[in-house]
Write a protein that binds this ligand. Sequence first.
Ligand SMILES: [Zn+2]
Length: 323
Amino acid sequence: MKKVLNIGLLAALLLFSSWGFHAHRQINRLAVFTLPPEMIGFYKANLQYITEAAVNADRRRFAVVDEAPRHYIDIDHFGDSAVYTMPRYWNDAVAKYGEDTLKAYGILPWHVNVMYYRLRDAFMVKDPARILSLSADLGHYIGDAHVPLHTTLNYNGQLTGQEGIHAFWESRLPELFSGEFDFFVGKASYIDNPQLAIWDVIIHTHRELDSVLVIERRLAGQFGERKYSFENRNRQTVRVYSYEYSKAYLEALDGMVERQMRAAIKVLGDFWYSAWVDAGQPDLKALIKYKPSEAELEQRRKELEEWKQQRISTREHERETAQ
Ligand SMILES: [Zn+2]
């Protein structure tokens, strides 16, 4: 019984692990190198954690009920041009569609915004453990926001007879070919409005969706049975998309997978950097070895809450506004 359950869980992990564990780890790791000198020391000192924890958010999906919808938005459920017309801010979207509907079809862009403010707050109270776990989680969601199949009801090609395309695009292709990608993306830059910035990402990602589906369908017709091959994994023979088919798909996509990974790395660096700037550029070098006591952190969190209360009375829009 237990064994069956484990196999089921493994299958679910393989099917729906966004970007594949490999790509998520690379995105988090490489984003560290976009950071300015004031930040990079702290992140480099924790590079292994930032890299490994890139997939924590996916693991939580099996334990936390509310976790799953944070990883996608089936934007086409709301109509053809919904990616442009959906209210950008959570409260406005709730007013239009209701919270249950939004949660049913995914809340990715709003959750990225929530995570941004949580990270800013962690910087403000100089809590190294929280800065790291939120940075890693933010990396996961920003990674997901760059996967076209995370923006559609047809997330695994199940509506167009292309079952399996989800893991093919986001796991198999990066695992086979990301070693050849150019990941130099330059320096992180400041974003004025994280909520609008992540919507720009979603718009761009969603525009790629047609190509993801149409090109795979065309190739499938050309390849026939050569679409698949068999590999041995853990002493079992499994059917996979063949190397030739994967290579042909990668090339027909004309650099899309590489572009999306590069964009995810850059945007993640931008978000980390902006959260730190908005927190008043705290000294991170002091945090590399230092572990504040729980009492100290509690005091700082209290001060932050007081500061927020004062600001809410003057500036309504600064508040963290989702779920
Ligand atoms: Zn995910």
